[in-house]
Design a protein around this ligand. Sequence first.
Ligand code: ADP
Length: 183
Amino acid sequence: MKLILIGMPGSGKSTQGNLLSKELNIPYLSTGDIFRTLSKEPTPTGRYIKEIIDKGSLIPDDKTIQIVTEYLSRSDYKDGYILDGFPRTSIQAMNFKDNIDYVLYLSIDDVESLNRLLKRQDKLRQDDTVNTIKKRIEIFHKQTQPVLDFYKPKGLLQIVDGSKSIEGIHQVIIDILKNIHEI
Ligand code: ADP
């Protein structure tokens, strides 16, 4: 099964992605994790990516598409995956030709997004400053919301209320997948 997770910063994509990955035994792949790893490399590419992430901007589409395509061509992902953070723009969505089963949108509002990120002091990231979070939320509305409009008419979009508890959301997702995919 090939799943895409979409949601604002702090919506719980990585939490839910990892839970689903364990339960369904499908590999989880996060473009945020990939880029954060690349950003630590002491190379021009590493420094370039770090600068973009720390600003809260997006890595250019061509680079992102190239990296994700390279990852997904690995044998680990041939039977399915849970993809977090991609596609994040219309261009990425239009250029992504894989046969996706479902797009799960974890829906929370702007205030919840900001509050959750500022509260996660235990695992605060370098891009979790008020200004950067606000920028990421704004980019979500401008660039990522259209990705939902892209998948909706294809009948692939499932909207999940992301404001519930971790367990509650997980159960909702499992129920959705059971109903439509008989997992
Ligand atoms: P969040 O959802 O909390 O903003 P992520 O871990 O998904 O965080 O992404 C962190 C950063 O990685 C983004 O702000 C962006 O700079 C970069 N990134 C992740 N996925 C993409 C993508 N598909 N296209 C461009 N940039 C991306």
